[in-house]
Design a protein around this ligand. Structure first.
Ligand code: KG4
Ligand code: ZN
Length: 351
C-alpha cells in the first residue's frame, strides 16, 4: 500500500456560542464544506444569548448540520481522518453539546478526536486559502475581535501564540451588542449598527476613544457609558449619528492600536479576525493604515470572521499530535482559552 497521498481531512464542529457549525477541511486550508446554522433569530429579542436556550438549540441543529457538511463535501466517513470540536472558550452548556457529539462520532467511527481552541480558530481562519491569498507570513500579529474577546496575539514562527494585549472590560463585539440594545436594535448588534451608521448624514458627532497609551490593551466600557448618557439627554442626536460616531470610535482605536503594535513588534503581517472583523468600516480603516506603513494585512472574508467550523478545522490541523482516543476517559471539559497563556516575553513598551 502506498503512503497516503491525499491531505489530512478533518470534520470539525463548533458550538461555543450561538452558531451550530460543521465543516470539512483538507490539509488545514482547503474548505470542502462549511455549514453554519445561526441561532440569532432565537436570541434577537433577548438582546443576547440565553445559554440554556443556545444549548438546547445546538442539540436540535447538530445532526442535520453534520449531515449537510458531509453531503456538501460529497464525502463519506471512510474519507475522514480526524474529528475536531471547540473545547473553549465559550458557553459551557453549548460547548458540551458539540464536544460530546464530536466525541460520539469519533468513537463510533474509530477516529481520533482533536479538541480545539476557539480563539486560535479565529486566527487560523486567515490560513483558509479560499479566504486570503496564501498563508500569512510569520511572525504575525493577530487582532481577535469577537463577542467575548478583544485580544492582540503574536503568532510566532513555530505557530505558538503570545498575548500582547487585551480588553480590560467589554469586548469590542460586546460593545456593539450593548450599544445596539440602547439604540433599540436586535442582537447581534454589529450588522444593524453598521446599517444604521450608513444612514448618518451629518457625521460630526464625536464619542470618546480610550487609547490606554503605553499599553496594547483596550477598553470599551467608557464608550458604552458615554453613548448611553448621550441617548439619555433630553434631546439626543439621531440614532444614525450615534451609531456612526460609535462605529468610528471603535474602528479608530482598533485599527490604530493594531497597526502601531504590529509596527513596533516588527511582524511580517497583521491578521484581523473574529466577528467584529466582518465590519466593513474596520476592514477599511485597517487596510488604509496598514498600507500607509507598508504592512501586509490578512482579513478573512466576513463569513469566515464570524463563528464557523472551518476555522476550528484549521486550528485542529496545527495540533494533530494532540488528538485523543475518543473511547478513553477524556479530560476535555470546556476550558478557558489557552492561547497566549504562555509567559509573555519582554516586549518593548507600547507607545
Ligand atoms: O466571533 P463571533 O461570531 O462570536 C464570538 O466568538 O463571540 O463574534 C460575534 C460578535 C458579536 O458581538 C457581533 O455583534 C459582532 O461579532 N459582529 C459585528 C459584525 N458582525 C458581527 N460587529 C461589527 N460589525 C459587524 N459587521
Ligand atoms: Zn467566535
Amino acid at each position: 500500500m502506498p503512503v497516503r497521498e491525499r491531505p489530512v481531512r478533518i470534520l470539525a464542529i463548533e458550538s461555543s456560542c450561538d452558531e451550530t457549525a460543521a465543516a470539512i477541511v483538507d490539509g488545514g486550508w482547503r474548505i470542502r464544506a462549511n455549514v453554519v446554522a445561526s441561532q440569532s433569530d432565537l436570541h434577537s429579542t433577548t438582546g443576547g444569548v440565553v445559554p440554556e436556550v443556545a444549548a438546547r438549540q445546538h442539540l436540535r441543529a447538530l445532526v442535520p448540520v453534520v449531515r449537510k457538511a458531509l453531503a456538501d463535501a460529497e464525502t463519506t466517513w471512510s474519507q475522514i481522518d480526524y474529528v475536531a470540536a471547540t473545547r473553549g472558550p465559550g458557553l459551557p452548556g453549548a460547548l458540551i453539546v458539540g464536544l460530546n457529539a464530536a466525541r460520539g462520532l469519533a468513537f463510533a467511527r474509530g477516529l481520533p478526536l482533536i479538541p480545539a481552541d476557539h480563539i486560535e480558530g479565529h486566527v487560523r481562519a486567515a490560513w483558509l486559502r479560499d479566504a486570503v491569498e496564501g498563508a500569512p507570513p510569520l511572525p504575525a500579529l493577530a487582532l481577535v475581535v469577537s463577542g467575548g474577546h478583544t485580544e492582540l496575539l503574536l503568532v510566532l514562527e513555530d505557530g505558538a501564540f503570545e498575548r500582547v494585549g487585551a480588553t480590560r472590560d467589554d469586548a469590542a463585539g460586546e460593545a456593539f451588542d450593548k450599544v445596539a440594545r440602547l439604540l433599540g436594535l436586535p442582537y447581534p448588534g454589529g450588522p444593524p449598527i453598521s446599517a444604521l451608521a450608513a444612514q448618518a448624514t451629518e457625521r460630526r458627532l464625536r464619542l470618546p476613544r480610550a487609547w490606554l497609551r503605553g499599553t496594547d490593551d483596550f477598553s470599551f466600557s467608557g464608550l458604552k457609558t458615554a453613548t448611553r448618557q448621550l441617548l439619555e439627554e433630553p434631546a439626543p442626536p439621531a440614532g444614525a449619528e450615534v451609531a456612526w460616531a460609535f462605529e468610528e470610535s471603535v474602528c479608530d482605536v482598533l485599527s490604530l492600536k493594531a497597526v502601531r503594535a504590529a509596527e513596533r513588534l516588527e511582524v511580517r503581517a497583521l491578521i484581523i479576525a473574529g466577528g467584529v472583523a466582518a465590519n466593513a468600516r474596520l476592514r477599511q480603516r485597517v487596510r488604509e493604515r496598514a498600507a500607509a506603513v507598508g504592512l501586509p494585512v490578512c482579513i478573512p472574508p466576513p463569513a469566515l470572521c464570524t463563528d464557523n467550523a472551518a476555522m476550528i478545522a484549521a486550528a485542529a490541523h496545527e495540533h494533530l499530535d494532540a488528538a485523543v482516543d475518543a473511547a478513553a476517559p477524556l479530560d476535555i471539559l470546556p476550558t478557558a482559552s489557552r492561547v497566549g497563556s504562555r509567559s509573555r516575553a519582554m516586549r518593548r513598551r507600547a507607545r
